[in-house]
Design a protein around this ligand. Structure first.
Ligand code: ZN
Length: 219
């Protein structure tokens, strides 16, 4: 056998091996790809979840699918505060027993529940949907700031508490809002410092949040 013939037969063997590599059927591969888009789900977990779904003997996977589509259809941001709601207004905004003159401004709707858990605050909330971040091209107009200003003009707040992260962007956002509101006869305060930068309120523990809320300082 010539050297050329040898290498071409080698190539054929190599090719064959590549072609023979067995994979999951397309539907499973697609499911794994979809699952991998979820936060915190890596390739191994995606594969494990997909196989669990396929091999499940009961209808748990269908229940999960139903729960996903139900949430997608039913949940929307509260028109007033931005928290998760099934109606126009969320449970917090519909609760008459809460103080109507206290407003707590947070970055994300997910910051609201950790604050609620402390039971240190029984007022209203407003989630901005982020913070001013010039480097990421996020300006005041990209956040729910106009909604906040409209709300303050419309309602009768005696105190507005800023509960934003204590990092540069959180500070810049608080300062921007304080500048826009300082002419109004409303007490402006911020929660005590010490909240982790970046992680925001979500990663702060309950006691830290309680102390931060009760020990707020005037701006
Ligand atoms: Zn609400």
């Amino acid at each position: 056998m010539s050297r050329t013939g040898g290498s071409s037969s080698l190539r054929r063997v190599f090719h064959l091996e590549v072609l023979k590599r067995t994979e999951y059927p397309e539907a499973i591969r697609d499911l794994i790809t979809q699952l991998r888009q979820m936060p915190g789900v890596g390739p191994r977990s995606a594969e494990r979840i997909a196989l669990w779904m396929i091999q499940s003997r009961d209808d748990k996977p269908e229940q999960i699918a139903t729960a996903i589509s139900k949430t997608r259809v039913q949940i929307r941001p509260c028109k007033l505060c931005g928290f998760f709601a099934t109606e126009e207004l969320c449970e917090i905004c519909r609760d008459d027993s809460r103080a109507s003159d206290l407003l707590c401004v947070v970055e994300q709707p997910t910051d609201i529940l950790p604050l609620e858990k402390t039971s240190a605050f029984r007022g209203q909330y407003h989630a901005l949907g982020g913070r001013i971040a010039p480097l990421d091209h996020i300006g005041p107009e990209d956040l729910r700031i106009q909604e906040l200003l409209d709300r303050i003009a419309r309602e009768n707040f005696s105190e507005i508490i800023f509960a934003l992260a204590a990092d540069v962007e959180g500070e810049a956002t608080t300062n921007y809002l304080v500048e826009s509101l300082k002419a109004k006869p409303i007490k402006l305060t911020r929660i005590a410092r010490g909240l982790p930068a970046g992680g925001g309120l979500e990663s702060a523990d309950e006691l830290t949040l309680y102390q931060a809320l009760t020990g707020r300082t005037k701006l």
